[in-house]
Design a protein. Structure first.
Length: 94
């Protein structure tokens, strides 16, 4: 029996691959995906929020107010949230 698996992602200007990656993680059995969504001007937010509407219990989006590159802090924040929510395995998918 596997433990609860969470993926943690920082998504910026990745609209072209974000949807594919998120769907793949879900298809592989990831229980939840926590996303730090960087403010961008392409279609990335639309893709991410559309998937969140289709998988509301599995995708949690945390809109970021900054485009600064503090990836390690951002992923650590998401990982801590995942652990608080009961994750047993945390996959950083950046």
């Amino acid at each position: 029996m596997k433990g609860k698996v969470y993926a943690c992602m920082i998504i910026g200007t990745d609209g072209d691959i974000a949807g594919y990656t998120i769907r793949h993680l879900l298809a592989e059995g990831t229980d939840k995906i926590l996303i730090d969504l960087v403010p961008v001007e392409d279609n990335t937010a639309d893709v991410v929020y559309d998937l969140q509407r289709h998988f509301p219990n599995q995708i949690k989006v945390f809109p970021s107010d900054s485009v600064s590159i503090w990836g390690s802090r951002r992923i650590t924040r998401l990982a801590n949230l995942a652990l608080e929510d009961g994750a047993e395995i945390v996959l950083p998918c950046d």
